[in-house]
Design a protein around this ligand. Sequence first.
Ligand code: NA7
Length: 556
Amino acid sequence: MPAGGEQDVLVIGAGFSGLYALHALRDRLGLSVTVLEAADGVGGTWHWNRYPGARCDSESHSYCYAFSEELWREWEWTERYPGHEEIRRYLNWVADRLDLRRDIRLGRRVTEARWDEAAGLWRVATEQGERHAARFLIAAVGCLSSANIPAIEGLESFQGRVAHTGEWPREGVELAGRRVGLIGTGSTGIQAAPVIAEQAAHLTVFQRTPNYSVPARNAPLSPEFRQWVRENRAEILRVMHATPNGHPFAARDQSALEVEPAEREALYEAAWARGGMQFRATFRDILTDKAANDTASDFIRRKIREIVQDPETARKLTPTDHPYAAKRPPIDSGYFETFNRPNVTLVDLREDPIERITPRGVRTRSGEHALDVLVFATGFDALTGPLLRLNLTGREGLTLAEAWREGPRSWLGLAVPGFPNLFTVTGPGSPSVLTNMPVAIEQHVEWIERCLREMRARGLDRIEARAEAAARWGAEVNAAAQATLLPMAASSWYLGANVPGKPRVFMPYAGGMARYRALCEEVAAKGYEGFALARSARIDAGRGVVPNPAHGPDAA
Ligand code: NA7
């Protein structure tokens, strides 16, 4: 360990990002690394999201680490889409398999991190009263880890149980025989509703905006498919790295407007039968051309009317205010069918808004809905929220909250001007939530690893994004979004619109993972263009990451 008990690197978060950052920087680069994790277990998002029906929308064989052939071969997924328990099992297995736990400190919530310019260190404090110091700080806090509970009047007066899906109690919530209210019909509410409806005496779904959803068609994986996955890693990775969203399927290279209506309908029917996110890839222009998108949106609207027996309920469930996939497109297991059950009621909050929460339930304009349990599936203060709540202070006392007052500024979503030696894994301005997350995470961690390796080789130990690079990139992120239909969903969390007072800035980079990866490579190849790199006196004093002969194979 470097002098004074300092670490080379502190990583915040032990989800997919933090675990891989620890492995890459400790075991491949030979740095001293400690991971601080607020939860009492590893898993990140999947530690917290234990709500009924919680499941990944990426197919399991693509929702895992791909960097290691051994990990890839040894782990066997059981279902097409992995459930939360299975993903937690997987990440715990990875933590053991790579011997990561010895450098992970669980139950440590970071409350503050401050750059100490004189010492050239990040000084980090936890809620538990610990102090840490490190040359580099990696925020691996995820994009969707800051739960958003809307401030609805009377919430504190409710006498029943309240739970947010993203902070679901470990011991679960008793739903059997209860009257359950569910607020929110994003991906989470859409996954949870069918499972809650099966358990509860009654489910009332409070819907503000109707959503498109396509059947997931989840099912156990056959031995043949698993064998195919084991044997075809290279080809699967090739596709995942070539597609804009990092999924293992490519969009059909055809416009929805090029084909005859009957053929188009048949292709949508086939995609509906196959299920999953792939529906979006039925044609190449679903997310870029409004007329093309209309054909997909209309198809799903017709399906909703076919499935939902009560025409009035079907009407309320039919989205009209945004194009399909302009918001994160959910996939479901029997969502629309749930509204055919006798124990399920839909409340359309546009027509019948919530007036207040009462001790007994939720009162909307039309009357009180008596409830025993109230579930908030109301999403997250996405992308910026998890970073802002770390209370970061950079150079010259600049806080992240001040730096991002008008929206996030970041060079490539990786680094923030004014915050030296801080890296954000899948930060705002990177493709992040628009991709299959492990693909984005591996690319970021490997880029950071390469950057630190090359800095060490060049005798450098300080890196900071330049303000002009971040400004240029902000314009590029905006332009990439404008080239798609994504900004047409005015209430989308991609824009920060779900959190009152949050700046309306389109946050993830919509130019595609493949293009983004190439840009990052180019930046590195040009000697870290857009970054200011320097060598501190610490190096000459024999401290810091260069030289660091004490660790690992690459350090000598
Ligand atoms: P989302 O996608 O942000 O969905 C939240 C839902 O909650 C959405 O239907 C919102 O309606 C609704 N909402 C939010 N605030 C309120 C209030 N005040 N009243 C009523 N309804 C409200 O979060 P999810 O957890 O579903 O999904 C997040 C991501 O996790 C998902 O995309 C995957 O990547 C995994 P709105 O549409 O804003 O009118």
